[in-house]
Design a protein around this ligand. Structure first.
Ligand code: ATP
Ligand code: K
Ligand code: MG
Length: 687
């Protein structure tokens, strides 16, 4: 068993693992360090990652990418509609307002949710990791953008559950980056903290965080973001520029042709990369449309002018992060720029002038998130021993709680968890005794979230309570903001007012809290919660205690208090098992197709090898008759392969191979027999 760190980018995914002496990025089947976030449904099997990207060129209508933009979001969201337009796949609204992606696959119509598609990507990354590490992988830490809603976080957890991954934590991308920065630095003092800004510009978004480093610990002071500012937006600037130009110059309407749009976008992304290293660049696409070849040219300066609106926006989240951290640029010791989208030279210029200092690029810009995730995974896993290092993250949005439609006045502004508060956190709430307690969590300040996040998060049903407490009791609920940044109920306590001396602690039957009866009630808990499955009922168990904490034997009976959590829009338990089932079927199908391919390839290479051997190595070990026979069979089988046998079963290929071997084996045997004799005997025989 091994643990890994996973960075799911909108364009590129990276997996890393802690090994002796450091963190390694794991190579995929193509020996690449980055794996494209693409799932493509081929004719007979799915292709994911690099193979998915290759297959997407040929089958754009069955390729799904940019999954980060779709996960846990509502079909009706105008921004989601724009995202869906960028893909060539068919989509519709699901019964609960989510997204369904429709595909024709293996002569059947399929509808997949983004969670299922992300699960396919997870499964692929898991298998890449397993091949690399030579063991099964389930423990992992997955990076999430700080702007992800609770539903989006839960969607990642469900996707992971579908493919047997167990996230020990969902960690904010920038926090992972900060961790991979801080853990190796040993020159931080124990008193005065050092403040560092991390700016990550990826394919679709920009994320910023400010971290305070001290000896052996780091604390995230603030998160900020622009969820719609990344490398792809710069491509789009070039795309519109050249689309307009080509209309004028060649009289072609690129927008009217999907294929032309795709090809021009690809060319523009290349052009943008060339402009990062050169002051000017040329673009040329053969037969873009209407059988016309097009050519273009642009200077870096002109590109920067075209992109000036985007470039201006980069400062915004940086300033927000500074303000939220209550720091000035002078107080920031260093600015780390990461994410491959940040390679545009103008970005460095803008940030240098904003932060009034040279930027540092100490981190590997494309790998730091995955590396940080791997480190965090090793720290949380009991299997590894890593350096003691404390990671204090903070929540990027405020959460309120209501009971029967009324906000519960907890803390300031009746906000339960305020933006900036540590992750994890626990709050204790006391309620009048009732049979059944309904609570609902909501985003207290929806402006802190991007776009149209549904303000309501989830509801909890606690109870029914059984016992003789009636009006003489109170219910104490510990609400937990867990390590993933998801709200759940940690435990429920019934305080019996008749017997002031006797407590009844009802704790969530959660494996990570086997000792929860002994947990001191305090506003902030350091415990870790893994079982964050939104829709799954927990059975809380209770045992009576006396006030001093020792067990009151007489009253020591277990009570069961069901606590159910329902995150709006998340999958139900039944939907998860259905998705699991379906994923298994699809995976079996992929395996079966792979097996057929392997058998076909074996037959094919046997034909080629034998054909060359029969006139070389085997030459003097076969009669003319045999040679003729073998040659004819090889030719026939080859013709069959390219004709009727192009699409056959494993049995058919192995039967053909067996037939060939029956003819060739006697020859091969004679040859091997001769090879096995000592040289002296061979010399004798050849005289
Ligand atoms: P995100 O973090 O938004 O989810 P990601 O992690 O997949 O996405 P990255 O791999 O960090 O994104 O960055 C991909 C972006 O970087 C692409 O838009 C790509 O065009 C851009 N990029 C890569 N190399 C360069 C370069 N040399 N110059 C400019 N842009 C580049
Ligand atoms: K990435
Ligand atoms: Mg990224």
């Amino acid at each position: 068993m091994s643990g890994v760190g996973i960075d799911i980018g909108n364009e590129n995914c990276v997996i890393a693992a802690v090994k002796q002496g450091g963190v390694d990025v794991l190579l995929n089947d193509e020996s690449e360090r980055e794996t494209p976030a693409v799932v493509c449904f081929g004719e007979k099997q799915r292709f994911v990652g690099s193979a998915g990207a290759a297959s997407a060129m040929m089958h754009p209508k069955s390729a799904i990418s940019q999954l980060k933009r779709l996960i846990g979001r509502r079909f009706g969201d105008p921004d989601v509609q724009n995202e869906l337009k960028m893909l060539s796949v068919e989509s519709s609204e699901s019964a609960d307002g989510g997204i369904l992606i429709h595909l024709e696959y293996l002569k059947e119509s399929h509808a997949f949710t983004p969670v299922q598609i992300i699960a396919m990507l997870f499964a692929h990354l898991k298998s890449v990791a397993e091949k690399n590490l030579g063991t099964t992988v389930s423990d992992c830490v997955i990076g999430v953008p700080s702007y992800f809603t609770i539903l989006q976080r839960q969607a990642y957890l469900h996707a992971a559950a579908i493919v047997g991954l167990k996230p020990l934590r969902l960690i904010h991308d920038c926090t992972a980056t900060a961790l991979s920065y801080g853990v190796y630095k040993t020159d931080f003092a124990s008193e005065a903290p050092v403040y560092v800004a991390f700016v990550d510009i990826g394919h679709c978004d920009t994320q910023v965080c400010i971290a305070a480093f001290q000896d052996g610990e780091m604390k995230i002071l603030s998160h900020a973001y622009d969820m719609s500012l990344g490398g792809r937006d710069f491509d789009e600037v070039l795309f519109s520029h050249f689309a307009a130009k080509f209309k004028e110059q060649y009289d072609i309407e690129v927008y009217s042709n999907d294929r032309a749009c795709r090809r021009l976008r690809v060319a523009c992304e290349k052009l943008k990369k060339v402009l990062s290293a050169n002051l000017e660049a040329a673009l040329s696409v053969e037969c873009l449309m209407d059988e016309k070849d097009v050519k273009g040219y642009i200077k870096r300066e002109e590109f920067e002018n075209l992109a000036s609106r985007l470039l201006e926006r980069i400062s915004v989240p940086c300033k927000k992060a500074l303000a939220n951290a209550d720091l000035t640029v002078e107080e920031i010791s260093s600015v780390e720029l990461v994410g491959s989208g940040s390679r545009i030279p103008a970005i460095t210029r803008i940030l240098t002038s904003l932060f009034k200092k040279e930027l540092s690029r100490r981190l590997n810009a494309s790998e730091c998130v995955a590396r940080g995730c791997a480190l965090q995974c090793a720290m949380l896993s009991p299997v590894f021993r890593v350096k003691e290092y404390e990671v204090h993250d903070s929540i990027p949005f405020s959460i309120g709680l209501s009971s029967d439609g009324k906000a519960i006045p907890a803390g300031l502004d009746s906000v339960l968890f305020t933006k900036g508060q540590p992750i994890p956190s626990v709050k204790i709430l006391t309620f009048e005794y009732c049979d059944l307690l309904h609570l609902e969590a909501f985003y207290a300040n929806p402006d802190e979230l991007p776009l149209e996040a549904y303000p309501k998060i989830c509801c909890f049903t606690i109870g029914p309570f059984h016992g003789s407490h009636a009006s003489k009791a109170r219910i104490e609920v510990q609400v937990h903001l867990n390590l993933h940044g998801i709200i759940d109920i940690e435990s429920v306590t019934v305080i019996n007012l008749i017997f002031i001396s006797s407590y009844c602690i009802i704790s969530a039957a959660d494996d990570s809290h086997s000792n929860s009866e002994a947990i001191n009630i305090s506003p902030v808990s350091e415990t870790i919660d893994n079982a964050s499955d939104g829709s799954i009922n927990k059975n809380c168990e209770a045992s009576h205690h006396s006030a001093d904490g020792t067990r009151n034997d007489k009253a020591n009976r277990r009570l069961h208090v069901p606590v159910s959590e329902n995150i709006y829009g998340a999958m139900t338990k039944a939907e998860i098992s259905e998705a699991l089932e379906k994923e298994l079927q699809l995976a079996d199908q992929d395996k079966a197709t792979e097996l057929i391919k392997d058998n076909k390839n074996q037959l094919e290479s046997y034909i080629y090898e034998t054909r060359s051997k029969i006139f070389s190595t085997y030459r003097s070990f076969s009669s003319e008759h045999e040679k003729k026979d073998v040659s004819r069979s090889l030719k026939e089988t080859e013709e069959w392969l390219y004709d009727d046998g192009g699409d056959e079963t494993v049995d058919a290929y192995s039967a053909k191979l067996k037939d060939l071997k029956e003819l060739v084996d006697p020859i091969e045997y004679r040859y091997k027999d001769r090879e096995a004799r000592p040289q002296a005997t061979r010399d004798l025989l050849s005289c």
